[in-house]
Design a protein. Sequence first.
Length: 336
Amino acid sequence: MKNLDFLKRPLVVALLAFVVGLFIGLVVLGWGLWPVQWTDAAPSDLRSDLQQDYLRMAIDSYKANPDNTLALQRYQDLGAAGTAALKAIQENPGKQDVNAILSFTSLVQGAQATTTTTPGGGSPSRPASLTSTVLIVLAILLIGAVFYALVRYLLPVFRRGTPTTPTPAMRAREITSNTELTDYSAMGEEPPISQFVTTYVLGDDLFDDSFSIDSPSGEFLGECGIGISETIGVGDPKKVTAFEVWLFDKNDIQTVTKVLMSARAFNDPATYQRLEAKGEPFLVERGKQVVLETAALQLVATVSDMEYGQGAMPDESYFERLTLEIAVWPKPATPK
């Protein structure tokens, strides 16, 4: 399908593959099939009630084995939550030995008085927790960046889409690209210095094509082109009954123009007389050639193909399609 042509672009495929892989890795595998199981959590990562239970066990252990270093290490493993947990136990000792609580409290206060303990010091899980947080933040930022890129890049594609029906200008360009240029060399003639093909298709109301004429060395010699000269009837699209082919020579003082007319316009005296003021009239016929000459240039316009429109208008009165090949040669210098 033409609407999916953008999937052939490597960047789009790479972005889509990344998003799909990220979804499968995080959602399907990470959260669905094999979710993360937390084991051996550090005391500082426990809920507050479990931190109190941990500290009660540390107090009981210190009562049975008064190891100051071990007791302080267990307290410091709670990090910043240690103070709140110890205060909660002091206020609600429950079945805990009050003397053991006081002894443990004295040990902690004495250690705090003699040294400054870094909150969370000794906890092996703190660096890992910080790393996990950083990775999560980076993953969120990366997903956001990819999503933004996809929206910015793909949304215009979906909005614009591909026209289901080619425009007249698009059809004209396709016809032009498929038209073969005349090989004058194969015909034993001198090849032109400039050679062009242009096509008009009904509905291209702004049809006006022009070309630059340059010498083999790149010197600008002039211009040529074709445009709409006369239309008939009313309504859209415009119905073209005559075209103007023109040639401009930088060494000449005027632009030469000739009018290519439909059979109806050519045979209608009023139309013929009106268009004759713009340039010499010619009847458009398939294969017919029209020659324009200036002081230094000669242009041959060949009707490669043409077709009249069919409708409510008189027969052979307007064009459905016209393909014109334009070839330009320099004229030999006139001896003085």
